[in-house]
Ligand binder design. Structure first.
Ligand code: A3P
Length: 345
């Protein structure tokens, strides 16, 4: 009798177990298909003159699947050829500014199904050795994409390097250029913080920000200090304007990208002639990080690395006031040239 009861119980458990495993498998399959199907709609008004009629569904699937596998080395070259994948020169470049939020901007734009990012900073145009390797070398550094997609790269050193505007112009005189800026004093402190962290990692001592930013002899702002010079945005932009008309630039407000990223990204979508595809769903605030993070789908989301969003050292308020006063006229000129007024002090 006892034996019979045990056998019955075992059978029941087996049935229940199979049901549970089956349901689980169904859910996993369903979640996978939701991921693939979710954000697909026809995309109107393609990239300017060439104007493709509709963006293929497979491009998005590809981004989530094959491209990822290929980068990990799990997809063959034949598969890549089969899917018409190409390595394209960038149609837009985030040229700077260092510590403006260049990584966040690139990663957020990459949420768009028609955008493919070059993950690494290539430093092709600012590094003579790389530049000497030629444009094919540069193209080979680009990620695989569908011809209808656009490739974007970011190398913040481009903005401040003298030779770069001419070199980019020679590659593509109608390229779109993105500049992400932050309030200049905050950006300079962020720049300093990054260098300081590097020194500390190597157990080296470093000067205080105040000592670098203010010339001890004159008590004026030290314009020889690179972090200060980089924040004089208008000076650098003027060099670029010798090659490109202002219409080819788009200014991203890096301070707003931190607190309210979506409207900034929507402005970029418009500038790049991309249909609006990035939505609030793709961005969620992570209280632990204190920043917005990225949601690609219900399974895959990510925050930027810990090196983005460092805690800045405290800076003497009188030095901050002095720097803000120093940057003020340059900022006014920057607003005037770009047509974008930012509420910097
Ligand atoms: P801080 O480290 O000073 O806070 P870049 O990528 O050009 O080096 O810029 C780094 C800056 O991006 C960070 O500067 C941070 O404030 C800003 N940033 C903007 N959006 C961010 C995000 N979602 N996550 C992390 N950092 C972000």
């Amino acid at each position: 009798m006892l034996f019979k009861q045990q056998a019955w119980l075992r059978q029941k458990l087996l049935v229940l177990g199979s049901l549970a495993v089956g349901s689980l498998l169904y859910l996993v399959a369903r979640v996978g298909s939701l991921d693939r199907l979710q954000p697909i709609c026809p995309i109107e008004g393609r990239f300017g003159a060439r104007g493709q009629a509709e963006f293929p569904l497979r491009a998005l699937q590809f981004k989530r699947g094959l491209l990822h596998e290929f980068r990990k080395g799990n997809a063959s070259k034949d598969q890549v050829r089969l899917h018409d994948l190409v390595q394209q020169l960038p149609k837009a470049i985030i040229i700077g500014v260092r510590k403006g939020g260049t990584r966040a901007l690139l990663e957020m734009l990459n949420l768009h199904p028609a955008v493919v990012k070059a993950s690494q900073e290539i430093h092709f145009f600012d590094n003579d050795e790389n530049y000497a390797k030629g444009i094919e070398w540069y193209r080979k550094k680009m990620p695989f994409s569908y011809p209808q997609q656009i490739t974007i790269e970011k190398s913040p050193a481009y903005f401040i390097t003298e030779e770069v505007p001419e070199r980019i112009y020679k590659m593509n005189s109608s390229i779109k250029l993105l500049i992400i800026v932050r309030e200049p004093t905050t950006r300079a402190i962020s720049d300093y913080t990054q260098v300081l962290e590097g020194k500390e990692r190597k157990n080296k001592t470093y000067y205080k920000f105040e000592k670098l930013a203010i010339d001890p002899n004159t008590c004026e702002v030290n314009t020889k200090y690179k972090a200060v010079r980089t924040s004089i945005y208008t000076k650098h932009l003027e060099r670029w304007l010798k090659y490109f008309p202002i219409e080819q630039f788009h200014i991203v407000d890096g301070d707003r990208l931190i607190t309210e990223p979506l409207p900034e990204l929507q402005l970029v979508e418009k500038f790049l002639n991309l249909p609006p595809r990035i939505s609030q769903y793709n961005l969620y605030f992570n209280a632990t990080r204190g920043f917005y993070c990225l949601r690609f789908n219900i399974i895959f989301n990510k925050c930027l690395a810990g090196s983005k969003g460092r805690i800045h050292p405290e800076v003497d308020p009188s030095v901050i006031t002095k720097l803000r006063k120093f940057f003020h006229p340059f900022n006014q000129k920057f607003y005037q040239i770009t047509g974008r007024t930012l509420n910097w002090p």
